[in-house]
Design a binder for this molecule. Structure first.
Ligand code: UDP
Length: 327
């Protein structure tokens, strides 16, 4: 069986990717320092605890498993924190990725799937983004992801390390079989915060801004189901393993939903009230972030099947009800 090294495999998206890799016939090897992940989410292959900045540990793991590819999810990802302590983001995300790339090249592992973000496009309100849209990050988190994209291009030129870069929009939902799901601490994302509020385990949701230039005044986002998202990664891996050229793909659905629409849908799914307040805008929020996924659909054959709002919230709610959030 071919091994794939999954950095951040104990986290939300990484753990779903491990499940998808196993289903596709690969052995996912999780490499994670557990700063934001959970060891009990590592269910589909071996676990190697380690830090991205630890070159000796990386060399050891590459030598032990000789992976055919790396899927690189491990990163610090809180926008607000990245503005307060940017050095932490540059060191961990950029420095850590550099160490990982050097270890991969030294081990002759030259297929790399990278988890990037639509935040690299910055604040381009009321534009439907495609892969050629200008990248102009407005926070240190996005800037760190953008820098890693640049690094990948340089490593391809110099060392022949080929890559597929995925720029995600808003990832939501959970494994419908509830083997893994979303759990961040602290939680900053709309849907899990809202489910906690619905369940009375959290304070009421605060809507961050109701005076945006959108039909109902709240921000619009493009939500993608985590299972669809990781399916794209399997297609990206096959793309690289069949010797195709390096490529960037946006992963969005082309439809945006406002915060109020997400609240309405959550009320419908759970059949419960959503307690919320209307609050001021959150610094750094764009009005509308929506992407087409034409390239991923056309070139990779990606066919998202669960990325409608009702299914995403239903799956998140089913996962929520497993009680994992109370651990
Ligand atoms: N949001 C909100 N209240 C919250 C968390 C999020 O109103 O407690 C809004 C946020 O302003 C954005 C949308 O929900 O418009 C999605 O935010 P999230 O943090 O989930 O993802 P982001 O778009 O920041 O990556």
């Amino acid at each position: 069986m071919q091994n794939v090294l999954v950095t951040g495999g104990a986290g939300y998206i990484g753990s779903h990717a491990c499940k998808a890799l196993k289903r596709a016939g690969f052995q996912p090897v999780t490499y994670d320092n557990l700063c934001a992940g959970w060891q009990d989410s590592v269910k589909f292959g071996p676990f190697e605890k380690g830090d991205l900045l630890d070159r000796a540990r990386l060399d050891e793991v590459f030598a032990k498993y000789q992976p055919v590819a790396v899927m690189h999810f491990a990163a610090l990802s809180q926008v607000g924190e990245s503005m307060q302590v940017p050095g932490k983001y540059w060191q961990n995300n950029v420095g850590g990725s550099l160490t990982l790339l050097e270890a991969a090249v030294a081990a002759n592992c030259k297929n790399f799937v990278f988890s990037s973000t639509c935040a690299t496009y910055g604040d381009q309100d009321n534009v439907v983004l495609d892969e050629n849209s200008t990248q102009a990050p407005i926070n240190a988190y996005a800037a760190s992801k953008r820098a890693i994209e640049d690094m990948l291009r340089d490593f391809e030129g110099a060392h022949g390390l080929r890559h597929v870069i995925f720029r995600y929009f808003n990832v939501a939902g959970a494994d419908p079989e509830c083997e893994v799901g979303e759990f961040h601490q602290p939680e900053t994302h709309l849907i899990p915060i809202m489910l906690g509020a619905i369940d009375g385990k959290r304070d009421a949701l605060t809507i961050f801004g109701t005076d945006y230039d959108t039909p109902d005044g709240t921000c619009i986002r493009d939500y993608v189901h985590v299972c669809d998202l990781v399916d794209a990664h399997i297609l990206g891996l096959s793309w690289l393993l069949s010797d195709k050229e390096s490529r960037v793909f946006n992963l969005g659905t082309g439809s945006g939903f406002s915060v109020r629409e997400v609240i309405d849908q959550s009320r419908a799914v759970t059949n419960r009230d959503v307690p919320y307040f209307e609050g001021p805008r959150r610094a750094g929020d764009c009005t509308r972030l929506v992407s087409g996924s034409t390239r991923a659909e056309k070139e990779l054959g990606w066919a998202p099947s669960r990325s409608n709002l009702h299914t995403m919230i239903s799956d998140a709610w089913r996962w929520y009800q497993t009680g994992y959030y109370e651990k």
